[in-house]
Design a protein around this ligand. Structure first.
Ligand code: F6P
Length: 478
């Protein structure tokens, strides 16, 4: 069996393994735990050194961790200014927030080059290399320049943008040609697959082979969707246990019989938190019977606080939550409980189980694993209702959620009203359908199918990709 080498910006080091690792880190830990291998990425530390030092190595539980420090200037250009200041907003279709500067791009390439140099020295000839996310699009190209011939795969956890938007990026051609150095590119959904193929056709950036490859000089790159999942059985067990725990008891006591609606996201403009709060206000305005009866718990740990767009979003949300509470609160009821801290996975699992509804309404999201976790956490006899944005990748699979357009505040309010009044039979029927998907397309299925495809010799692969037929997004249901 070839060794698996995973590359990602964030690495969940063993000491952090049980803490509040994000969705990506949790997913990758699951992938490596079963198979063993090497996890290469950023240490999380900033170094004063200007020249990149070799990675720090440590071993734990069958996984070797190799982590690099980054100096302050590189971190600023690579992580803040380009990955999260340009690619993140652009890939989430927030063109007005994407702020391109040549020196940020140069820093992005510099870090990719430095990481490639250090990684190349650790590779064995038949290692399978699996690179994750938009921080490392050029990594394969840089590895190839160093003579690395291993099979290299890339998985994008966030959505791939529409061709018309991608072409606004001054360096779009360079990044597209970087992608052609991978043997396999995985996306969350078929929409993303189509978006890349459409770009390749429109920009004449690579020939599309009928067997489902992009042909470029010297390489055939397979493109496919691998929708990421969760360890549903474990999360469901965690939720069952947590629901009996002390924190859940305190939560229930504090609610005093009122219904709980939950939202939990990194504090990010892609998550649609402002529109969600507006929808909750519209619910209280339009259906006054919910006043004093429903509480929204919005968990929003601060994220990327060094970026201006994130700081101003935080101020906007604080102002809006304060306004809603000022307008509607009673001496014994606060409509919005707004938390800027992360809760542990255990705590969240228990809170999901007692929630009557979840509002998961990103304006654009690769998958959104919280949606799947919410489903897995429910009590089969009395499940809560998932209100889900049509622009989350998860909406492609969880079609029995109440699917909403996050740009339509009134529609979201109506969906929430419907969720709060939904009869138990309907809640159970919807939940059963969604739970079947969540319980079968697990995190193990995800990483095994990606790695199997990456390891597969080219000739034996070859599902036909019918390009650029564009199907509609899921219909809204309210
Ligand atoms: O899933 C998308 C992603 O950007 C990951 O790559 C990342 O680790 C996570 O969100 C959290 O963001 P950040 O690493 O910037 O805190």
């Amino acid at each position: 069996l070839s060794r698996l080498v995973i590359v990602s910006n964030r690495v969940a080091l063993p000491r952090e393994a049980t803490a509040r690792a994000g969705g990506l880190a949790v997913a990758l830990r699951e992938a490596l735990k079963e198979r063993g291998g090497l996890w290469f990425g950023w240490s999380g530390d900033i170094t004063p050194d200007t020249e990149p030092a070799p990675p720090r190595m440590r071993r734990s539980g069958g996984i070797t961790y190799a982590t690099m420090d980054i100096n302050a200037a590189d971190h600023q250009h690579f992580y803040a200014d380009f990955a999260n200041g340009v690619l993140w907003p652009l890939f989430h279709h927030q063109l007005n927030k994407s702020d391109f500067h040549r020196n940020a791009y140069d820093g992005y390439r510099r870090v990719n080059r430095a990481f490639a140099r250090q990684l190349a020295a650790l590779l064995q000839p038949d290692d399978l290399v699996w690179v994750h996310d938009y921080h490392f699009i050029p990594l394969a190209a840089e590895l190839r320049r160093l003579g690395v011939r291993n099979r290299i795969g890339f998985f994008l956890h966030i959505p791939f943008p529409a061709a018309e938007l991608l072409t606004t990026l001054p360096v779009h051609r360079e990044l597209a040609s970087d992608l052609c150095h991978y043997d396999l590119i995985g996306f969350q959904t078929e929409d993303d697959v189509r978006a890349l193929l459409r770009y390749m056709i429109d920009e004449d950036a690579g020939r599309i082979d009928p067997a489902g490859y992009i042909e470029s000089p010297g390489r055939m790159t397979r493109i496919a969707a691998f929708p990421i999942g969760i360890d549903a059985e474990r999360f469901s067990g965690t939720a069952r246990k947590a629901a009996e725990g002390e924190e859940n008891r305190r939560l229930r006591d504090s609610l005093a019989g009122r219904a709980l609606v939950i939202g939990t996201d990194r504090l990010d403009y892609s998550k649609g938190i402002v529109q969600r709060l507006q929808a909750f206000r519209a619910l209280l305005d339009t259906w006054p019977e919910h006043r004093s009866q429903v509480t929204l718990l919005q968990v929003a740990p601060v994220s990327r606080g060094e970026l201006r767009q994130y700081r101003s979003l935080r101020r906007e949300i604080e102002a809006l939550a304060g306004k809603i509470n000022g307008q509607f609160s009673e001496f014994d009821w606060t409509p919005v409980r707004y938390l800027n801290k992360a809760l542990s996975r255990e705590t969240l699992a228990g809170f999901f189980r007692v929630s009557r509804a979840a509002l998961i309404t990103p304006v654009r999201d690769g998958m959104n694993l919280v949606a799947k976790e919410f489903v897995a956490a429910q009590d089969p006899e009395d499940p809560g209702v998932l209100v889900l944005s049509r622009f989350a990748g998860a909406a492609r699979e969880l079609t029995d959620a109440l699917i909403v357009n996050p740009y339509d505040v009134d529609e979201m309010a109506a969906a929430l009203h419907r969720a709060l009044a939904m009869p138990r039979d309907e809640r159970i029927a919807r939940w059963e359908t969604m739970n079947r998907v969540v319980a079968s397309n697990t995190i193990t299925v995800w990483h095994e199918s990606f790695v199997r495809e990456l390891a597969r010799p080219r000739a034996a692969s070859g599902k036909r990709i019918d390009v650029p037929r564009v199907t509609g997004a899921p219909p809204t249901q309210v």
